[in-house]
Design a protein around this ligand. Sequence first.
Ligand code: SIN
Length: 273
Amino acid sequence: MNAIEIVPLTAAIGAEIRGVDLREGLPDDVVATIRQALLEHLVLFFRDQPVSDDEHLAFALRFGPLHISPLATRYQDSPAVTVLNQIGPRGEGADQWHSDNTFLAEPPVASILRAVKLPSIGGDTCFASMYAAYDALSPAMCSFVDGLHAVHDITKVMRKAIDAGHTTLDLAEMQRRCPPVEHPVAKIHPETGRKALFVNRNSTSHLVGLSERENELMLAFLCDHVRSPDFQCRFHWEPDSVAFWDNRSVQHFAVPDYDEPRVMHRVTIGGPT
Ligand code: SIN
């Protein structure tokens, strides 16, 4: 194996990792280097990794237990590998800044996404640092969000998946299985101790303790705040590209600028959030 190389993409977020073959059983020191790089750069990119689903799962398992998403799509054979299969992605949910499955009391710690089929043009994914988003708030706004909680709800995500025909799951049943949960708005990352802004348009229904009018303004402000290019990097997928992000400190946005099939396989990792 070549020496592992970490090439940062922007000051705020993102690094390309070179010199590793994800099909191989990686030595412990390489896993430790990748884990540290994830904490420092928040999203890692790997090129030319023609991994099978089993190799994808084996790689994920080096970083923690698998997180099985309750939101299964109709394309997948295994509950552990979520298959995203889109052709007309606009308005389907991934084209909003979000972190995955925050409607759960314990959302995934990290996601590993692999390009299986790509449109001839378009379909990039943008990633944003929620540490940078929090740090860019004024001290007065930090005092406001520190200690504030928000409710996260599966309803909007489910409705979009059902309307787009991506899932055959029943909305009422999923609402029963996954009732609304609260998360801190400024969430402390359990490994770095840093605060990350943790609200998103897909799943956050309201800020606790605020009136409806206050929510209209303040939740919209916080969700819009994460969109600044200062916090972002943008990844152009190639066949066999892999992105590995920390779901606790990152939001992502799949650019819906294509109208050809795009198939992605996603494995998520559980653990302390
Ligand atoms: C996701 O929202 O997890 C998928 C992102 C993508 O398809 O690029």
